[in-house]
Design a protein around this ligand. Sequence first.
Ligand code: ADP
Length: 550
Amino acid sequence: MEGLMQDYELSLQHVLWRIERLHQKREVVTKRDEGIHRTTYGEMVPRINRLAGALKRMGVKPGDRVATLAWNNNRHLELYYAVPCMGAVLHTLNLRLFPQHLEFIINDAEDKVLFVDQSLLPLLKPLVGKIPSIKTVVLMGDGAPAQMAKSDNGLADMLDYEKLLAAETESYPWPKLSERMAAAMCYTSGTTGNPKGVVYSHRSQFIHTMGVLQGDNLGLTENDALLPVVPMFHANSWGLPYAAGMAGTKIVFPGRFSADAKSIVELAEQEEVTFLAGVPTVWIGLANYMKENGKRLPKVRTVVCGGSAVPQALMEAMDNLGLRILHAWGMTETSPLGSVARVAAGTKPEAEMRLRLTQGRVAPGVEIRISDPASGEELAWDGVAFGEIQVRGPWIARGYHNGYDADKLTEDGWFRTGDVAKISPDGYIQIVDRTKDVIKSGGEWISSVELENAVMAHPKILEAAVIGLPHPKWDERPVVYAVPRPEFKGQVTQDELIDFLRDKVAKWWLPDEVRFIDEVPKTSVGKFDKKVLRASAVPITAEVTEEVRK
Ligand code: ADP
């Protein structure tokens, strides 16, 4: 017997329908160079329709890739709606990538049109002549419409965003879409290798949006004001733009000021922001700034933090400022929401911090297992055994664009994440490391993440990254790269740090060396870039003493 429910195609057109019918008055605020730009969902809808008309006039067909090179701003949001809803595929480019990576990605995706913020135009210079699939470049100027002719840029026809919109009508006949059509593409940020294209479908985006909104997940509501520091090019901005549209949440975009703690705090204050989202390095900077300047953000109820593990020192520093971090785990390939560390009411305070620091429990809609790297067998959820996280569900990738890394899917259809974790009997995931970062010492594993967190708990340390360096006897040994807090520069020693770690980690985990640096190199999305550290690392000088292993 078949169910008698409608075959309603799950598509992002539904989110567009909601912002048009239900959320017209909700504000969309952007910090721009010349000041604050203020609009509403209601005012945006005719512009989205015009934009779709312009795309059609440019010859964009269903399935064509439309790239964006843009900050978090209102025009980028317009593109988030117009491109997928007219049947094309939104491809958000990471503006912090090296030119050769951008070139690779644009060619791999075969983008046809490129929308670029004026301030990012210089990024295109090195690509001239190297991205032949791009037929049209649309400039999103901050001031007067840009007057650029083809000859000025050598790339393609250069059109002005506002002029294009002005030439179209305020309505657009949205086509009927199939839910399995591609809606968006996002490349992995390449923390551990070459970027690979993840292709989201309308269906996956729709279901992911519903998932993000659940109270036990991120739980965004129409009473919130969201400030996504996480870029709109990083894993879909964690699905927050569509979740905000679905719920009717006010959005406050930081524009190109996302790396500036002072701007974020001011914007959050002025716009009465309740909900922040970003990677740990953003909050390390923000907590430091707020502490130094005696700032508080009493309206903020949630700070979603993911992308890498949240150090305990950061969680506590934010707690002390009245900012509650909600720790989430995911990756580009998981749309990205995978798990969230919510803690049930009534949990004892001493257990609460421990649970908040885990990557939490898997999101409803996703299934998870951990698998032994050698045998491939599923491991028990006993809080001890650790293996690779594998996931499956309606918003989990089943492959990459152009078929790269076909073995990322197990034979029985689970996605191999490359993250190593243990899971407690009640389902809390504790990521031990990435398979590529874990330090293999004497046949055993040392978690670089746990060591980093232990080092960052030292009051004189601001940031620390740990890598494994080759060692003749033990295969690899841990080396710490630590950044002292500005006021303690030159006043913290290797011995002091190693002593500090003695009662926190196993003896054989103690690092062989601590190297002090001014800043930990960051990836294009603000994670510690261990690839860079490894590439430039001088070999371990101190012999590992037998004492360390005893
Ligand atoms: P990239 O793989 O290039 O860094 P992503 O942004 O998709 O691109 O990163 C996903 C990865 O980030 C995960 O596989 C995991 O290793 C790491 N990660 C994300 N969230 C967390 C978290 N809360 N704790 C620990 N690691 C995390």
